[in-house]
Design a protein around this ligand. Structure first.
Ligand code: PLP
Length: 473
């Protein structure tokens, strides 16, 4: 479509006031408050702008612009109770596991499984073979053990919960030595010392901020010690004159003292990233092999599944954690179980997992693939958004997020958007106010759209958002 024709369709979109006075919508007065009708009208008109942005054929757009059809859509949207507060946004930040934007996206199969077990009754806690009450974790325990080599598994609400219940079950009123270099705070005010104190375990700091040695742990162990704990420092890195004790040495020391060793892995990945020309992150399997008795990690970080806290390890310890009354308070729902089972199944074939699970797919994209996508996006934007904006493909770095993989980032390509008349901060703000909101980052005074985290269909919405900003400014 030529830019002129394109603009012509845009001008044909009816005005909100005219629609409010349409007889079809006048009738809704008394049934819905006026602000809701206005909101619904705006929503439908934005949708139409989106369709125009997707470059539908002209006859299809004429149908969309038919006033009666628009009125019907507004009525339908009012009946649906549209205009939700919790909604989709476009992640143009390049941060794959973005906690504020919902962390991992679920794979299609996981979504299907959620529907399958929520539309109908399920065997959530029913043992079909025996015709009596079953255990909800049974649906994923075998899978988790097969994939990781663990003896037993348990899943709770999130990893913060996993750490809390593990410490409470195995070390309440007991001392737990932790290296000073690992006493971290991660986003959302999760602080290792605070979680320990809530769990009833007594934190015993060992070593120094930059260096902790095996003898620091040895000296800290006494009759009062409940277990040894290691923490993955996630998005915090110490560089230079630093030393932490490897997991295997901690596990050996714990066992020699007759106590367990546990590790909070944070992101916890089952996939060996070095297969994909990425820096290696220790896998859950490797950490268990080192002799760690209990390992905890998140379900929605590198694993790419639903929010969950996964606890793996030796049967006796996992059993003790299962018996803890906190387990009932932290228990996962059926949606989580359905999505987690579907996600885990793909890990039987790591290469399939990397193509099907959105988090892994985004992280393992090659710079060449990303460059191609950026070139295509730039071309589309430059063609459809004439006027005040300029577009340029630039190399940059995106992050895995979730405290995983190197802090320096993964090489990526972005489309830089800039204008002679609008500052980057102003454009960034306008993009956030678009529908759907576009969350982008600013680098060197230009707004960057990182293609790593853009999804199918986002490009059309980006066109719509920029057209609207260009029109309104
Ligand atoms: C992310 C993280 C947590 C918290 O996990 P949630 O699933 O967000 O509760 C705990 N510890 C570490 C090291 C982490 O990186």
């Amino acid at each position: 479509m030529s830019p002129d024709r394109f603009q012509a369709f845009f001008r044909k979109i009816p005005k909100v006031d005219d629609l409010l006075n349409h007889p079809g919508l006048k009738k809704t007065e008394g049934r819905y408050p006026r602000h809701a009708v206005v909101k619904a009208i705006r929503g439908v008109l934005d949708e139409i702008r989106g369709e125009i942005g997707k470059e539908k054929a002209a006859p299809a757009l004429e149908v969309l612009l038919d006033t009666e059809a628009i009125v019907d859509k507004v009525k339908a949207s009012l009946e649906r109770g549209a205009t939700y507060h919790f909604k989709r946004v476009i992640n143009a930040t390049g941060i794959v596991i973005h906690t504020n934007l919902g962390r991992s996206l679920l794979c299609e199969e996981a979504l299907k499984r959620i529907l399958a077990v929520s539309e109908r009754y399920s065997n959530l806690e029913y043992n079909i073979g025996e015709g009596k009450r079953g255990i909800r974790y049974a649906h994923v325990e075998d899978l988790l053990c097969e994939l990781t080599g663990a003896e037993a598994a348990l899943v709770v609400n999130n990893n913060a919960g996993a750490v809390l219940i593990t410490l409470n079950s195995l070390a309440a009123q007991k001392e737990v030595p932790v290296s000073r270099g690992e006493l971290i705070e991660i986003g959302g005010a999760f602080r290792i010392p605070d979680v320990m104190s809530w769990s009833g375990a007594i934190l015993k700091e060992v070593g120094t901020t930059n260096k902790t040695h095996l003898y620091d742990y040895e000296r800290a162990i006494s009759e009062q010690t409940g277990l040894l704990m290691k923490v993955h420092t996630s998005n915090f890195r110490l560089v230079g004159f630093v030393e932490q004790v490897p997991g295997k040495k901690i596990a050996d020391l714990a066992h020699a003292s007759g106590i367990p060793a546990i590790v909070d892995l944070g992101s916890g990945n089952l996939l060996d990233f070095s297969r994909f020309q990425l820096p290696a992150e220790p896998t859950v399997q490797a950490v268990l092999k080192e002799g760690m008795d209990v390992v905890t990690f998140s379900g929605d970080k590198l694993l790419g599944g639903p929010q969950a806290g996964i606890i793996l390890g030796k049967r006796a310890y996992i059993h003790k954690i299962q018996q803890n009354p906190l387990n009932r308070a932290l228990r996962i729902d059926k949606f989580t179980l359905a999505a987690l089972e579907a996600t885990l199944k793909f890990y039987e074939d790591p290469y399939l997992a990397a193509t099907v699970i959105p988090t892994l797919k985004m992280i393992t994209q090659t710079p060449e693939q990303l460059k191609r996508r950026a070139v295509n996006l730039r071309r589309r934007l430059a063609r459809l958004v004439p006027g005040i904006f300029h577009f340029k493909v630039v190399a940059s770095f995106s992050k895995a997020g979730g405290g995983a993989l190197p802090e320096e980032g993964l090489p990526t390509y972005c489309v830089a958007v800039f204008s002679d008349t609008m500052s980057a901060t102003r454009l960034e703000k306008f993009l956030r106010k678009a529908d759907p909101p576009v969350i982008a980052r600013i680098e060197d005074d230009r707004v960057l759209l990182d293609v790593r985290t853009l999804l199918e269909g986002d490009a059309g919405d980006l066109v719509t958002a920029l057209l609207k900003i260009a029109h309104e400014d």
